[in-house]
Design a protein around this ligand. Structure first.
Ligand code: ADP
Ligand code: MG
Length: 239
């Protein structure tokens, strides 16, 4: 099967001369359609840089990034905007960065839904279906500030999936949550991804997240290496 994501020799350097910071060094990775990959590593290892490049938010200084047939390293601003609108969904490290504070939960999900395909009633059903799948049925008319950290993450996921992306990118989804609560979120998320057939890249400093993915990659000082996912990852059996 053709990979959905194909990254080779990806490098990224911030700044110039004495301010130079090398964030990624020749990273290679592939993700198949519907596959879930965890990228694990300590703070400062390059995870957010990698995710921002995969989201078309940052142009890499070297290497090749092809997602759904689009060459992101070579794409201009408009192509990258179209890519973000149509192909990728992004959950920010600070989930509220992806939410509009003046809008309710359902209105936040409707924004990307309306930018996408479909007619009015169908679009409302898509938004409600996502909120329901993320356990927010009781929170439809609340603004983000009223939500708990778990509910805020759940809403950020629903918003990121609202354009029906082929690829979900999520930065430190569970960093603010206790592990038992994080398990609820990851369980609901992986069920939803399976149902939609959406691939995902989950960036995390918590190795336990690897229980919920097919493949794990460890990144250290910008260098990536295959990692062994924790046991218990079998599809449909993760908790
Ligand atoms: P992580 O998400 O794993 O914590 P980052 O991708 O945020 O790692 O950072 C990787 C490296 O790049 C770090 O050394 C960080 O200081 C540096 N870095 C990140 N963003 C910038 C930036 N905008 N300008 C300069 N250096 C940066
Ligand atoms: Mg980060």
């Amino acid at each position: 099967m053709e990979p959905l994501v194909s990254v080779s020799g990806l490098s990224h350097t911030y700044g110039v001369k004495e301010n130079r910071a090398v964030a990624l060094r020749r990273v290679d990775l592939e993700v198949a359609p519907g596959e879930r990959l965890a990228i694990m590593g300590r703070s400062g290892s390059g995870k957010t840089t990698l995710l921002n490049i995969l989201a078309g938010l940052e142009t890499p200084t070297g290497g090749r990034v092809v997602i759904a047939g689009r060459d992101l390293a070579a794409a201009g601003r408009r192509d990258r905007e179209a890519y973000r609108r149509n192909v990728a969904g992004y959950v920010w490290q600070q989930p509220e960065d992806g939410l509009l504070p003046g809008l309710t939960a359902v209105e936040n999900v409707m924004v990307p839904v309306l930018a996408g395909r479909g007619s009015g009633p169908e679009q409302v059903a898509v938004a409600l279906g996502l909120l329901d799948a993320m356990g927010l049925r009781e929170r439809l008319h609340d603004r983000p500030a009223l939500l708990s950290p778990l509910e805020m993450q759940r809403l950020a996921v629903a918003v990121a999936l609202a354009n029906r992306p082929l690829l979900l990118l999520a930065d430190e989804l569970t960093a603010r949550l206790d592990w038992d609560v994080a398990c609820e979120l990851l369980g609901d998320l992986t069920s939803l991804l399976d149902r939609l057939g959406t691939a995902a890249i989950l960036v995390t400093h918590d190795p336990r997240v690897a229980r919920y993915v097919d493949t794990a990659l460890m990144i250290r000082d910008g260098v990536a290496a295959a990692a062994t996912p924790e046991p218990g990852l079998a599809r449909g059996h993760s908790r």
